[in-house]
Design a protein around this ligand. Structure first.
Ligand code: CA
Length: 218
């Protein structure tokens, strides 16, 4: 399992999946297809996807945003959890990986809910700001040095009480090691500190996957 939490022992992680994982056949097929790819560790773990589905259902989300699609597992999970008239604007720049995503969204019968925008994330989010806001849920899992820009734009697009899930916020533990000064680590560390003090939101950083921050707009 490539996407397991570095914080959870294999035996515990296997137990969680064996006991509680609810995954459709198409989701499983996509997970296996992606696991065979060179950048498979970018894939969000199935336990985390299930948790995000639970969040989406808990707040009755209908209008969603995703920044960073990769091979589409997270958009697929969210699409399965929102109602028939729900929508996801999915932002990415990679045609090769999103072609796989589209194939599996079709197979799962949810392609009509997902509006894929092949353009830089900031561009698409700015275009959305010019239209109607009031989104319910967003997942940010893209280039880490732009996370702060995505966070600010998505926060403006969200309704009050809406949620943002931000992935990889522990970055393998590097954020807690001040000797690590590469741009990705620095960007994530700064954003974590900012969100920790951000009066505009309620937040909780979960030790699931590679660290997942849940942010609620006040
Ligand atoms: Ca990720």
């Amino acid at each position: 399992m490539n996407s397991k939490s570095f914080l959870v022992p294999d035996t515990i992680y296997d137990y969680i999946l064996k006991t509680t994982l609810r995954e459709t056949l198409v989701q499983r097929a996509l997970r296996e297809r992606t696991a065979a790819m060179p950048q498979a560790r970018m894939q969000t773990g199935p336990d985390q996807l299930q948790f995000m589905q639970l969040l989406v259902r808990a707040i009755g989300a209908r209008r969603c945003i995703e920044v960073g699609v990769y091979t589409g597992a997270s958009a697929l999970a969210v699409a399965l959890a929102i109602p028939a008239d729900g929508t996801i604007v999915a932002c990415d720049v990679n045609e090769e990986y999103t072609a796989i995503a589209k194939e599996f969204w079709q197979r799962a019968g949810v392609a009509n809910k997902i509006d894929l925008r092949l353009a830089p994330g900031e561009e698409t989010l700015n275009a959305l700001l010019a239209q109607q806001g009031d989104y319910d849920f967003a997942y940010i899992d893209a280039d880490k040095t732009n996370y702060d820009a995505y966070y600010e734009l998505v926060l403006r697009l969200l309704r009050r009480g809406g949620l943002i899930a931000i992935d990889n916020v522990l970055w393998g533990g590097d954020v807690a090691n001040s000797a690590e000064t590469d741009p990705d680590t620095v960007a994530l560390r700064k954003l974590n500190e900012k969100i920790g003090l951000d009066e505009r939101v309620d937040t909780s950083l979960l030790t699931i996957g590679d660290g997942l921050s849940i942010v609620r707009k006040r």
